[in-house]
Design a binder for this molecule. Structure first.
Ligand code: F6P
Length: 539
């Protein structure tokens, strides 16, 4: 049985190290003391370079963290995951998302995986060849929405001309209603995406979409609705003939690579979808074969444990400096917090420390004009995770005129310069004496220069990391997502938790079933006073 990280000898060593030196860790000093720090803490992985040099750790903490990984049997846990052992014990299943992107003939379930993939991509090619579908509406939520939606935005530059992808998730009917405005039934393909085919939001929206389709004069429901699910009979009962299945060993938030990727494949074409899978597989190979000390997902997860449990950094700000990745924070919220937000370990034993950071963020540069004030000058220290992409997106490179292309390139340089500047400002800060030496702004007449300088001081020594991509393309996006999947798994494995179940979402679902008829009937018998009172107000 794997040892939980907080029960290891290395944990005690880390505690001792943190007690003695944690508060003293100053990035500026660490760089001065170690001229090789950038080289030592830069990790090459397929399509992604990780610069972890501005994280709040030193050589000794890293050494203990690697010991921790050994004591936790991390390599064996990783191999068990990849072999298809039942790592999701509370649901009695393996978690084999890596099998979905393994090349034909490799990995478990290869025949089944490639049969569905081939059939799905043949369907995609057929839809594109027929050219009468202009709008694809994916109806799904959580893992049946966030992955394909985030990826379709990220790969907008690779879109098949004439096909628009829309994503509807919320049980609030406005979500669907707004998407349907301006669509034509005969030119719209609905993808009803649900692993379980029971999810309230998805079923409600699918029924509404069918009613809209018929009301618009739509003729052939079977030709305009397809299903992606593990429960093929449920899709058939809905009246859906064309279904692409997947398996219970694919977790919802890990399902982009399965039939759940259909709307993405419809948006960008089958070749780009295959390239996405290949990029993810390249990251899987790195994860499987690279020694832990050089393994980017492992290093990120070790850092997460150190930052979270020892340095006390409970949140992680995701700051992608690429507008295509604007939904990456939302995607990572599900991946990280639904996977690792647990309070018992895999054996059901209580945990005493948080096993998931709170993940949040906004794309750069928008975040700079919103919450970066707090990141720079607030009293909380919040590690920031920058994603930088070297090349501008393809449509900007292909601009209609050389002048416009040059302008787009200049804007892209401004984007990169902003990201670099934020990381620099976080680390270096600005001392009060530096602020005092600056020309005082005219806006604060009568204020003593020393007081003004205190407002204009930045503490610095704030950690950040950079994930750098050459370009945002199908393969690199696949690798980036797989990197985060493995990082999340490794954190969970170190904590000894099951990263693949999500019992925490069930209670609210069950209570909602009870409350829905009460909203109509007004029956508040047996309810707590707060809920009963609100039901009365809402009627
Ligand atoms: O919110 C809980 C959850 O079960 C997620 O794990 C899942 O991705 C989402 O609901 C959607 O589930 P389904 O694909 O079964 O509709």
């Amino acid at each position: 049985m794997a040892v939980r990280c907080d029960q290891t000898v290395a944990w005690q060593a880390l505690q001792g190290h943190h007690h003695a030196h944690g508060r003293e860790l100053d990035l500026r000093q660490l760089f001065q003391d170690d001229p090789q720090r950038v080289q030592r803490l830069g990790f090459e992985a397929p399509h992604v370079f990780g610069d972890l040099s501005r994280a709040h750790w030193d050589l000794m903490s890293r050494r203990h963290l690697l010991d921790l990984a050994d004591e936790c049997g991390l390599a064996a846990q990783r191999d068990a995951l990849l072999r298809g052992e039942v790592v999701n014990r509370s649901e009695g299943r393996p978690a084999l998302h890596t099998a979905l992107r393994a090349p034909r003939g490799q990995g478990p379930f290869s025949a089944e995986v490639h049969e569905v993939l081939d059939r799905m991509l043949a369907f995609v090619d057929h839809v594109h060849a027929q050219a009468h579908i202009t709008d694809v509406v994916n109806i799904g939520i959580g893992g049946s929405d966030l992955g394909p939606q985030m990826a379709a935005q990220a790969l907008a530059g690779y879109s098949v001309p004439g096909v628009r992808a829309h994503f509807v998730s919320n049980v609030d009917g406005q979500d669907l209603q707004r998407v349907l405005q301006g669509l034509q039934a005969g030119r719209t393909l609905f993808v009803v995406a649900s692993k379980t085919f029971t999810t309230q939001e998805t079923m409600a929206n699918a029924l509404a979409a069918r009613q809209w389709f018929l009301a618009q004069g739509g003729q052939d429901v079977a030709a305009h609705f397809v299903g992606t699910t593990t429960i093929l009979q449920a899709a058939a009962a809905f009246g859906i003939d064309t279904t692409f299945g997947f398996w219970d060993w694919v977790g919802g938030r890990f399902s982009l690579w399965s039939a759940i990727g259909l709307p993405l494949a419809l948006a960008v074409g089958s070749a780009h979808f295959r390239a996405l899978l290949a990029g993810a597989h390249a990251m899987d190979t790195h994860f499987r074969d690279t020694p832990l000390a050089d393994n980017l997902p492992v290093q990120l997860a070790l850092l997460d444990v150190w930052h979270g449990a020892f340095m006390g950094y409970r949140t992680r700000c995701i700051s992608p400096y690429d507008h295509g990745l604007r939904r990456l924070p939302a995607y990572l919220q599900q991946l990280v917090m639904e996977s690792n937000g647990k309070s018992v370990d895999a054996q059901g034993e209580p945990l005493t420390q948080a096993t998931s950071e709170v993940v949040w963020g906004e794309p750069g540069t928008n975040g700079q004009h919103a919450f970066f004030q707090m990141l720079h000058q607030g009293t909380d220290v919040i590690p920031v995770e920058f994603v930088l992409v070297k090349q501008p997106c393809q449509p900007m490179m292909d601009a209609a005129t050389p002048a416009l292309r040059a302008h787009w390139l200049a804007q892209h340089q401004a984007l990169l310069a902003n990201g670099l500047a934020q990381a620099q400002a976080l680390m270096w800060g600005k001392r009060t004496d530096q602020a005092l030496g600056e020309a005082a702004p005219t806006a604060a007449p009568g204020l003593a220069p020393e007081e003004l300088a205190r407002h204009r001081t930045f503490p610095g020594n704030r950690p950040s990391i950079v994930l750098l991509l050459e370009r945002l393309a199908p393969a690199s996006l696949g690798a980036l997502i797989a990197l985060h999947e493995h990082r999340t798994f490794v954190s969970g494995a170190l904590w000894g938790i099951n990263s693949f179940d999500q019992w925490g979402v069930e209670l609210g679902k069950a209570l909602c079933k009870d409350l829905l008829p009460r909203l109509a009937s007004g029956d508040v018998a047996g309810l707590d006073a707060a809920t009963a009172s609100l039901i009365q107000r809402l009627r």
